[in-house]
Design a binder for this molecule. Structure first.
Ligand SMILES: [Zn+2]
Length: 465
């Protein structure tokens, strides 16, 4: 086999590879087309010496160019087959996709115990033994720490306190294990309205032994998630206790993440492992200091800056007498408001998820991430919502199609230079100038009357308006 044959086989192989990317029903046509064109390319480049390096490079460039055509054909085929004309660019599909994006963010915020704990009304403050020798009534202690008592009563409707120790815990079915145990008053969960489950008779204090409330994780890891755990006797350090229930939800985000809460033990307060005052925000307090204010603040900031960062104009009409009816224009604006509403909801819940799932919710970084992400999501969402709206037909709300560049930059001030688009149902044309000028500053709609409609063949699934 001569070198000329080898090069020819190489070129044919490249074209064959490109033809494999073309949809099956058009593959043989394109294979024949490219073979013929390759023959012409070789003849034009070097009619007498097809093994000339220049002609070989030229022919190779042609073969590689065939891949671009093949990829375009494949992509177009996917668009035609996967997205029926009825839903391509449709406003309702756009809204459904946005709602589909919103629900996962909402679901994580509602079903993640970590996010639930961060967004609950529970607030935790470190206890300072140097200021308070004997923890007693937490409301007074907290009030002495900062806000006046009247403010504390307005902002909180329940207080309690707990101290952390590390104890060896034994049970009948469990060998001695080192746990982080929170010592608290017997009304700890009731005062703070913290959720408990698997409540048995022990929870109601029918037994004189101190009660032990397990964390959800400890219950699953050490007791296999058994539903019969209530009433089980457990030895915590030197104290016998009885399991009263399992804590979940907002109890899971408390500092030091205790394995269990020992309620009503006679242990003396004061520990080096940490003590905390826990308050439950009243509705007034939650409105003022709740976690929601971080995301809401970021979103509000995005709305304030949007007029300076987002192009919010949706264009003008070239003929004011021929523009959509009032109810059509109301529909156009209602669609924009619906998109922005869903995007704001997404920005709110997605920023909560980001701020709580990837860093400790009580850390300053969590707050910064939540504010920054809500601001970024909202601003990007507003930018997308307006740019999408600018490309929607004001009659049927479908995306304008078939953009065509018309004119040349050098003729910007003498003639038209920009992009033109058309509604596939024949309602309107859209003119977008390449450069804003004094006589054509923004995009402009040209509404077509019914006499134009015969030029637009109704596509499958797209009936007349
Ligand atoms: Zn239309």
């Amino acid at each position: 086999m001569t070198s000329q044959d080898a090069v020819r086989r190489l070129h044919l192989g490249l074209i064959r590879g490109a033809s494999l990317l073309v949809p099956v029903r058009r593959r043989s046509d394109w294979w024949q087309e490219w073979r013929t064109e390759l023959w012409y390319v070789l003849r034009e480049c070097s009619p007498k010496a097809s093994d000339n390096p220049g002609s070989i490079l030229e022919a190779t460039a042609f073969c590689l160019g065939a891949y671009q055509d093949a990829i375009w054909l494949r992509r177009r085929s996917w668009q035609e087959s996967r997205i029926p004309a009825r839903i391509r660019g449709s406003a309702s599909v756009c809204l459904l996709l946005l709602i589909g994006m919103f629900f996962p963010a909402w679901g994580i915020a509602h079903f993640s115990s970590r996010v639930a704990a961060a967004t609950s009304r529970i607030q935790v403050y470190p206890w300072r033994p140097s200021d308070h020798r004997a923890p007693c009534d937490c409301a007074f202690d907290l009030a002495a720490d900062g806000p006046p008592l009247r403010t504390a009563q307005l902002f909180f409707d329940g207080f309690s306190h707990y101290a952390i120790t590390h104890e060896t815990v034994r049970a009948e079915a469990m060998p001695g294990t080192e746990w982080t145990v929170a010592h608290a008053r017997s009304d700890f969960f009731a005062a703070l309205h913290l959720p408990l489950r698997l409540l048995g008779p022990a929870a109601r204090g029918s037994d004189k032994l101190p009660r032990l409330v397990l964390s959800d994780e400890t219950w699953r890891r050490h007791f296999g998630g058994s539903a019969d755990i209530t009433g089980t006797k457990v030895r915590v350090g030197s104290v016998d206790a009885i399991v009263a229930g399992v804590a979940f939800g907002s109890s899971m985000g408390l500092p030091r993440n205790p394995n269990a809460w020992l309620l009503g033990s006679d242990r003396e307060a004061g520990t080096d492992d940490g003590e905390f005052v826990v308050g439950r925000l009243s509705p007034v307090g939650y409105f003022d200091e709740g976690r929601w204010t971080l995301s809401a603040g970021g979103i509000l900031l995005a709305f304030l800056l949007a007029p300076f960062a987002v192009h919010i104009s949706t264009g003008d009409y070239s003929n004011r007498e021929r523009k959509p009816a009032l109810w059509r224009r109301s529909e156009f604006w209602a669609f924009l408001i619906a998109k922005i509403t869903v995007l704001v909801g997404f920005a709110y819940f997605a920023s909560l998820d980001l701020g709580c799932l990837f860093v400790k919710p009580s850390s300053p970084a969590s707050a910064y991430i939540e504010i920054a992400s809500s601001f970024a999501f909202c601003l990007l969402g507003l930018s997308w919502a307006f740019s999408d709206q600018q490309r929607r037909c004001p009659f049927c709300l479908r995306r304008m199609a078939h953009p065509v560049a018309v004119g040349r930059p050098s003729r910007t001030f003498l003639a038209w230079n920009g992009t033109e688009m058309v509604c596939e149902s024949g309602h309107a044309l859209l003119h977008v100038p390449e450069i804003s000028t004094s006589w054509f500053s923004g995009q402009r709609w040209v509404c077509l009357d019914a006499s134009w409609r015969f030029m637009f063949t109704p596509r499958e699934g797209t009936g007349p308006l």
